[in-house]
Design a binder for this molecule. Structure first.
Ligand code: 13P
Ligand code: SF4
Length: 332
């Protein structure tokens, strides 16, 4: 969103929402009234994390979306995540506060191009990162998240060729960890590619006791100097249990809210981007606001809908992922 759009949007929400409303209390009331559950990703703004019923990474959120018996799932995250909830729990009404909350990684794999790529490699199976559209999921054999990616790949016979999509950085990291040679789709996340190795190195010199913790969507040079690599949930757990007191965090800044809450005595420093903008804030995740969350619950729109044939095709590789994750003890 550019500055003009932001000003217009703020004006709109100021005009339609009574400024005296306590949005936290209103959202709480709507949750009960409508039997709604709010599922939020760690990258959401702190206020949204604080009103959510469950905060998690992509794997945890998918599992919660599948299991919930609430009538309405309000997804405080991005479009592919709300779509995933609909794929797994079609009888529930799935709401997303801002329908434009997309994902650069999901956008980097348009289904028609990916279909052609897949046709060129007929002996490969397709493992796709959950950060992709329902159409890409439908073209895949197994889905993975950053929490279970290594286990998913290890569950596939070593001589079976694999296409991995859409994140080339996560794919390269898995290749390194498992010794595989997966064919990688050339996609990436705009947030995790922005970190500056030079600035991180200088920061490490100024904070010699700080440990660098990074998400595997980061580029290889950053991962090569990281002390720990993992999904958002894994980074959070590490920051809680590790004995150090200072961390440089190479992922989207939203996670720092949970890290700080769970370890109030520790210091968390966002890894610096390669220019002065706030580029390690995901502009898609940050489209959701408390105001939009309130209106979306009040009016039950925007809603995620999906054709049944597409949903069923996309569900198959999702189910496969959940089965493998369960067998590996990654989910309950
Ligand atoms: P996880 O939730 O699997 O850590 O992935 C982070 C992410 O980029 C979500 O968009
Ligand atoms: Fe997509 Fe990256 Fe934003 Fe996650 S952080 S939603 S991968 S653009």
């Amino acid at each position: 969103m550019n500055t003009q759009e932001m000003v217009l949007e703020k004006g709109f929400y100021d005009a339609v929402i009574d400024p005296h409303l306590d949005l936290f209390a209103e959202i709480d009331r709507l949750k009960k009234e409508k039997n709604a559950v709010i599922l939020a990703h760690f990258y959401q703004e702190p206020d949204i994390q604080d009103v959510a019923d469950y905060i998690g990474d992509s794997l945890g959120l998918a599992q919660k979306a599948k299991e919930t018996d609430a009538d309405r799932i309000v997804f405080a995250g991005v479009h592919f995540m709300a779509e995933t909830a609909k794929i797994l729990n079609p009888t529930k009404k799935v709401l997303l506060p801002d329908l434009k909350a997309g994902c650069s990684l999901a956008d980097s794999a348009p289904a028609p191009l990916f279909r052609l790529f897949k046709e060129k490699h007929p002996n490969h199976i397709v493992v796709s990162y959950i950060n992709c559209t329902a159409e890409i999921k439908a073209l895949s054999d197994i889905i993975c998240t950053s929490s279970n990616a290594v286990k998913i790949i290890e569950s596939i016979p070593p001589d079976q060729p694999i296409i991995f999509a859409p994140d080339k950085n996560l794919g390269a990291w898995i290749n390194k960890k498992t010794g595989r040679d997966m064919l990688l789709w050339n996609g990436s996340c705009m947030v995790h590619e922005i970190f500056s190795l030079e600035k991180i190195t200088k920061l490490k010199m100024r904070h010699p006791n700080a440990r660098l913790i990074a998400h595997p969507e980061c580029e290889d040079p950053v991962l090569a100097v990281a002390d720990y690599i993992g999904s958002t949930t894994q980074l959070l757990k590490f920051s809680e249990t590790d004995s150090h007191n200072e961390y440089i965090v190479a992922t989207e800044t939203g996670i720092l809210h949970q890290m700080q809450q769970r370890s109030p005595g520790k210091t968390f420093i966002p890894a610096p981007p390669d220019n002065s903008c706030a580029c390690n804030d995901c502009p898609h995740m940050k489209r959701n606001t408390l105001e939009k969350l309130y209106l979306c619950m009040q009016y039950e729109t925007p809603e995620i809908t999906m054709d049944e044939p597409l949903r069923l095709a996309a569900k198959k590789p999702m189910d496969r992922m959940l089965e493998i994750s369960k067998a590996a003890g990654l989910i309950g």
